[in-house]
Write a protein that binds this ligand. Sequence first.
Ligand code: ADP
Ligand code: MG
Length: 729
Amino acid sequence: MCASSCCKKGAHHAVCCHGHGASSPARSGKTIGAAVPELFGANVFSDQVMKARLPKETYKALQRTINAGASLQADVAAVVANAMKDWAIERGATHYTHWFQPLTGATAEKHDSFISPSVEGTVIMEFSGKQLIQGEPDASSFPSGGLRVTFEARGYTAWDCTSPAFLKEDGAGNVTLCIPTAFCSYKGEALDKKTPLLRSMNAVSRQALRVLRAMGNSTSQKVIPTVGAEQEYFLVEKEYYSKRLDMMNCGRTLFGAPSPKGQELEDQYFGAIKDRVSAYMKDLDTELWKMGVTSKTKHNEVAPAQYEMAPVFTSTNIAADHNQLVMETMQKVALRHNMVCLLHEKPYAGVNGSGKHNNWSLATDDGINLLEPGQTPGDNAQFLVFLCAMIKAVDEHADIMRTTCGSSGNDHRLGANEAPPAIISIFLGQELTEILEKLAKGEKICSPEGCQFVKIGVDSLPDLPKDNTDRNRTSPFAFTGNKFEFRMVGSSQSISGHNVALNTIAAEALDEIAGRLEKAKDVNKEIQALIKETMAKHGRIIFNGNNYSDEWVVEAQKRGLPNVKNTADALKTLVTPKTIKLFDKYSVLSKEELHSRYEIYSEQYAKHLNIEARAAVQMTRRQYIPAVIRYISVLGASAGAAGKHGNVQKKLLEKISKLLEAVDKKVDKLEAEAQKARAIEDVGKQASAFRDKVIPTMLSLREDVDQLEELLPADLWPVPTYSDLLFKL
Ligand code: ADP
Ligand code: MG
């Protein structure tokens, strides 16, 4: 069954559970600030709640499962389920759901009520251990990429007890107990994004621990990849959004002449937050805090009507669950404020798009950040080893990191002005790069105390300037003092895939390093050799300059770094022998699971573009062309009435009529190209056809329509303009 299949590959290996706060909502009579600690986590079946509500033995047994990956006994599950149900019902819940993350990138939930009929015709509220641990939803409508044959329509959900259960409240007053789960096929193949994430966390923990043991650490029991995902988004007036078929269907504008003002005055970034937006953010914080999401930072972003929320980091699977909740809640709360939250990577041409900064590090269960340079020679040595592992990992598998960022939406960002280009490189900062270079060459390293040959494990490194964060905002993978910040991630993407990649490539590099250190007679000497080798073989991946410059593109090519500019190509990496070997070796994804992902993601890319093409055709035929014809008849009548004074009308008539003819031809072409692409069976070829034929036609159509927008009277233009969308909040 699924639970055990996932377990086999490490699904239930432990990650820290958040010690969430109180169990009752805020009382009145307190200031808002004072009530936050009570409010925070009020809807979470947290460690504290478990401790208070479970018999001691049950609590201990569950902790063993959470922390050490021990299998969960049926009798323990039964007691936990009952306590969970009582707690949920006290807070208004009537239903429960196994909350999971299918390969669509969204979340899925099927609500079952707790009711159980009795012979007398009444009902009691019940929730068994079996119901908690496992569900069997009909999976036939979820993408499986060939993993689940049609006659085996069932999918299996297995409780991820390392991410706490929580309550979701909706606007209609329903409260649902959500049980974070993994989702697999009958044979245990991952049909979701969580299962490989849990497996990858397990893989990196095992290898990192080996390295730590080889370096003399005998106390840490587990290594946890930590993640903090900063989320960018746009808000738009709901009334305007509802008038645009493109926004409603594609989440972005397919047409739109630029508004006179864009972001050139640089007056939005960190600007004072407008009251209406502030009211939204306040509501958003409250909703997130209740569910235990540590929403910490909020601010205006660079583009008009663009914003960001950043949480405090936590273990990766919880961070991924929370990021899904963040996206969902952002959208839900916006509607209450008569706004719509846009998570698309590029809602508007000509201004910044949205990304997600995936801050990533490795921490031990006893609280050591392995990417923290530290103060002592030992800490420094440990830091350098983990840093070298990442330099090697990223250089060897830049293609895998790139593929996780592929989506039709993110293609607009990668390579565009505001985002990292599609070339993966690492920013380390000048000081750290110099230290590594000098260590590699055996040269003296200077600090305010003087210059010396630094012996690893014996001498301390000079203090690195703290917080490199803002020194290079153009790097796709920047070391920012004590973590890496992966900035290529698209704003609407699930962060699971990116972290599966980071954890697994880190696991491989650490595995190799552990092998060396375990055999070494002198560990410190071996580390010194490792640094030298890493810099010689993989130093090319380090780049501290401007990633947006044209020179970097040329330079990167000289260094042999890949530059894969679009999703259709990037996805092919999923099924190369190198990728298959890596993910198989660490039991993260099998060959079949990788193939299924390739199929599904290629298909998704094509489907998104197909929807865009259809929306563009509909808007053109049913809105733009009729509007233009209306204006032409106004102009024609006016030209006739004006007689010999009708030159302006005639000039406009000619210009507009020509554009109209071009638009008519292009819309026919777009329809035909989309139809041809749809008919292609091979998913890879289909994705390429959408990229090569459909996108250029759509862009060319847009150019003409946008020109018409600039020529038509405002009251005849059938949809809200960029000025409305960007500046009317
Ligand atoms: P910014 O990038 O905006 O300058 P910070 O660098 O302070 O802001 O933090 C950005 C994000 O990085 C936050 O979500 C924070 O919780 C997260 N973060 C900080 N330390 C770590 C870590 N060790 N592991 C993962 N994420 C971290
Ligand atoms: Mg950041």
